[in-house]
Design a binder for this molecule. Structure first.
Ligand code: NAP
Length: 295
């Protein structure tokens, strides 16, 4: 493992849209079942509930890998430090394991944001730092300006969306890849190819999609609000896809990913050149597109 890298558990629980009692109970149950990695974000408005779930589980803090993310609206250096502290206060933790920049924000110079993020790490608010939704060019720029190792890029990946160039760039810069939307918002369970492959192992399409990712060394953070699905999504370490099955899934994924490959540079260019009100509209549009890509 290169210096500065983080040991990120291969499976974690995503918590987008989980709030209140459902969030507390799901986090608690996931940890009781064996999950050791929980993903949240300032923007999910559930850090308090996630923190309560962590404590309710009875699992030792040192055994859990907690990731949270700073919203792009807080990337100005002072705001970033404040946002990091507020996140810890809501989680009721003294530090998180991984703190990410949630999305690139071209309205704030990246070197300033990174310097603030590195400072927050040196102050002991997080064990590791990283990014999310960064494209290849963003990564190259980020690594150039960061005075602390960036250990991860969290990106949308599933059996419909493959990002070989991006994952290669992450690896070249010693960054782990964490896949969000790893079961394409449940769509993986309806896919004929995944279902057929899964049948041979007694596994669902969702489990095959997760297995395809972890078998490439990519961490996955599927979200569910249903306790029975927590165990389903976790049971992906007792079978192995053959090389032919891995390639078949990759070929489906690559076909659909072309859309993302075309859209990303266009989005980056527009965010850099358009005035602020237009970029807000664009950001919303891109998120809607991301939903389509995720499934
Ligand atoms: N960095 C970013 O910008 C970013 C963006 C999006 C998400 N994320 C993170 O990544 C996590 C995962 O992504 P996601 O929540 O968008 O999508 P996802 O995990 O691919 O899909 C979640 C959806 O799939 C359903 N589901 C879960 N397990 C299932 C199964 N075994 N069979 C069928 N359906 C199943 C869930 O419904 P039920 O609740 O009914 O089970 C939920 O509607 C998020 O929760 C969040 O933590 C990060």
């Amino acid at each position: 493992m290169p210096e500065g890298s983080a040991l990120i558990p291969l499976i974690g629980l995503g918590t987008l849209q989980l709030r209140g009692r459902v969030c507390v109970d799901t986090v608690e149950q996931a940890l009781r079942l064996g999950y050791r990695h929980i993903d949240t974000a300032e923007g999910y408005e559930n850090e308090r509930d996630v923190g309560e779930g962590l404590r309710a589980s009875g699992v030792q803090r040192a055994d859990i890998f907690v990731t949270t993310k700073i919203s792009p609206s807080h990337f100005a250096p002072r705001e970033l430090e404040r946002a990091a502290k507020d996140g810890l206060m809501r989680l009721r933790l003294s530090e998180v394991d991984l703190l990410l920049l949630h999305w690139p924000n071209p309205q704030v110079p990246l070197p300033e944001t990174l310097e603030a993020l590195c400072k927050v790490k040196r102050a002991g608010l997080t064990r590791h730092i990283g990014v999310s939704n960064f494209e290849v060019a963003d990564i190259v720029e980020a690594v150039r300006h960061a005075s602390e190792p960036l250990v991860c890029n969290q990106i949308a990946m599933n059996s419909f969306v493959d990002r070989p160039k991006l994952t290669a760039a992450c690896r070249a810069h010693h960054m782990a890849v964490v896949a969000y939307c790893p079961i394409a918002r449940g769509e993986a369970n309806n896919d004929a190819v995944l279902k057929r492959i899964g049948q041979a192992y007694g596994k669902s399409g969702a489990q095959v999609s997760l297995r395809w990712l972890v078998q490439q060394g990519i961490s996955v953070i599927p979200r569910t609000s249903r306790i029975e699905r927590l165990s389903e999504n976790y049971s992906i370490f007792d079978f192995e896809l053959s090389e032919a099955e891995m390639s078949e899934i990759s070929s489906i994924a690559r076909r659909r990913s072309r859309l993302a490959t075309v859209m990303s540079p266009l989005r980056a260019f527009a965010l850099k050149t358009l005035p602020a009100p237009a970029t807000s509209v664009l950001r919303i549009g891109y998120r809607m597109l991301q939903r389509v890509i995720c499934g």
